[in-house]
Design a protein. Structure first.
Length: 121
């Protein structure tokens, strides 16, 4: 990560993941995001720079998004943040092995991979 590591560490990724989970599991939340990505990101607690806009990227990645990619895309261009919210869940808990679930629950490699796994309650 860049010099913004403290500003874009655990709290940022936790907020980011929460936003994605909300969108994936609620048509109302998805509609709010689509209507105004900038206002939605602010409402959810992401650090939107004053006067900046949020550009929504709904593309489906080939794999998991890395925290470095998410932070780089969020901070790369002054006045513009890119928010990755794939249109569909990338992976769900039913597709993970017990070992992978243990790694996630232990927080292993937290800064290397944003694990877009929404564990059903």
């Amino acid at each position: 990560m860049s010099g913004d590591e403290n500003a874009y560490g655990h709290e940022f990724t936790t907020t980011y993941l929460s936003l994605i989970g909300d969108v994936w599991h609620s048509k109302d939340e998805e509609a709010k995001l689509l209507r105004d990505p900038t206002a939605y990101a602010i409402e959810k607690g992401l650090p939107v720079a004053s006067g900046a806009t949020v550009e929504l990227d709904r593309s489906q990645p080939d794999g998991l998004l890395s925290a470095e990619t998410v932070v780089a895309d969020w901070t790369r261009t002054p006045g513009r943040h890119v928010l990755h919210v794939p249109a569909e869940e990338i992976i769900n808990a039913g597709q993970l092995s017990d070992a992978e679930l243990e790694l996630i629950s232990a927080g292993d490699n937290y800064n290397n991979v944003i694990c877009l796994v929404i564990l059903a309650a």
